[in-house]
Design a protein around this ligand. Structure first.
Ligand code: ZN
Length: 303
């Protein structure tokens, strides 16, 4: 119906913002990327980028996939605010309200990983599937589960980065870095956890380093738990740590070992290469996912 309608999308990350005007991966009209600095400066740059498109009537809705934690309860007085975050200056920032007041358009607002998951479901690796899971393993760890085209939300958002996984302290004495739980999944396996443990960025740790077997075990353990509880039809792994592509075959192998034949699905037993996969939209899952959020809010059919 509104096939030519354009939408705004913001991937509001803790280190960078990506703003796009698009209506799908094949029609990205404009895009800008800039570092996340103070809330005032960063949101002002986003507003400046979208202003001409709003003024000319080209966009009426903007989707935002934002780093969290967020208040996503529409009835709450602080709906659309970031709640407490260790990122300096950003706690209690009214991201949604600031954009809405400045641009006077509808704002669809969700957590970043839900937006990325929705982007992959709309145009990417999980297109056409009624259930899928997107897990980002980077600066933080989080998961977005899409069921019947919508991110699953319960009492609050899912927080899959903080599940507990087996931690063999003889093999890996590192205590973990999560300020709440120490050695939860994020505390053990996120990018900053790798860097703190090895005093080296994960991007620079050689492929043959024995540490990757430990990292693989953590990721595969978490995936086993997600497979058993959510039963997604596909798992997409994104984020900075997963840029190391050699991890994919290791994780698939380990996940299958841990499941040990218990889940008798062809996807796992025979075609796990197509079951645990990288994002098909590459580094655009988040920004295009934000476009999909805006489209979903206005109920436009994606191309
Ligand atoms: Zn934790």
């Amino acid at each position: 119906m509104k096939n030519s309608q354009l939408y705004g999308g913001i991937e509001a990350g803790g280190t960078k913002f990506v703003c796009v005007v698009a209506n799908g991966p094949d029609r990205v009209v404009d895009e800008v990327r800039f570092p996340t600095t103070t809330p005032d400066e960063t949101l002002r740059r986003a507003i400046q980028f979208f202003q001409p498109f709003v003024s000319s009537g080209q966009i009426h809705a903007i989707g935002v996939g934002c780093f969290g934690p967020l208040d996503l309860n529409p009835k709450s007085p602080t709906y659309g605010h970031i709640s407490f975050t260790p990122k300096p200056n950003w706690s209690h920032t009214d991201v949604r309200g600031t954009l809405q007041r400045a641009l006077n358009v509808d704002i669809a607002f969700d957590i970043d990983v839900n937006a990325a998951a929705l982007g992959e479901t709309t145009w990417g690796a999980s297109m056409g599937l009624d259930s899928s899971l997107y897990v980002t393993i980077g600066t933080g760890i989080g998961g977005g589960y899409i069921k019947d085209g919508k991110p699953l939300v319960g009492m609050l958002n899912l927080e899959m980065g903080h599940v507990l996984i087996p931690h063999n302290r003889e093999l890996d004495p590192f205590p973990g870095i999560c300020p709440f739980h120490g050695d939860c999944f994020e505390g053990l396996a996120s990018g900053p956890a790798i860097e703190k443990r090895l005093s080296l960025s994960g991007a620079l740790v050689p492929e043959e380093d024995a540490f990757w077997d430990i990292e693989t075990h953590y990721i595969a353990s978490a995936l086993m738990n997600f497979i058993l509880t959510l039963s997604p039809k596909k798992i997409i792994l994104g984020g900075g740590v997963m840029q190391r592509e050699f991890l994919f075959p290791k994780i698939r192998r380990r996940a299958r070992e841990l499941l040990n034949g218990y889940v008798s699905s062809k996807s796992i037993l025979e075609s796990i290469d197509n079951y645990i996969v990288p994002p098909a939209l590459g580094n655009q899952s988040g920004s295009l996912g934000a476009i999909a959020l805006a489209m979903q809010m206005t109920e436009a059919q994606p191309l």
